[in-house]
Design a protein around this ligand. Sequence first.
Ligand code: FES
Ligand code: FES
Length: 147
Amino acid sequence: MVRKIPWDPNQPLLYVLRDGLALHGPKFGCGLGQCGACTVMVNGQPARSCTMPISKAAGASVTTLEGLGTPEKPSALQVAFIAEGAAQCGYCTNGMIMTAEALLKRTPKPTVEQVKQGMASCLCRCGTHTRIVRAVMRASGQAGRTA
Ligand code: FES
Ligand code: FES
């Protein structure tokens, strides 16, 4: 669907997604490109939408968490995060899932170490990291694998 909305081209993509399009999957965390909460896919690559001006996203394909699955038909990662209880407050979950989505596209059967490295730039202040790693392993078809 193509929607045209008037917006200052220097505004962060995140503001347009949340305030202009009511897509609330991506979250405002640090606003500095450091925590990952705002991650979306731009042309299939994870991007920090809090620091990306919308002018840079012009003509690009942008996918938010809402584009991965629905409550009726969740994605494999969404199912795995629920199954592993991989959220406490859930604020980081968007960034974790979007980053993991890109990771599993690059490396469909990662090791635990590869998951840890691939997710290292996403912060979780609740300390849910162990469950998040388990969820990514589950989504890759390796539930229960610990190394
Ligand atoms: S809110 Fe964008 S990286 Fe933290
Ligand atoms: S679950 Fe709360 S920040 Fe990660």
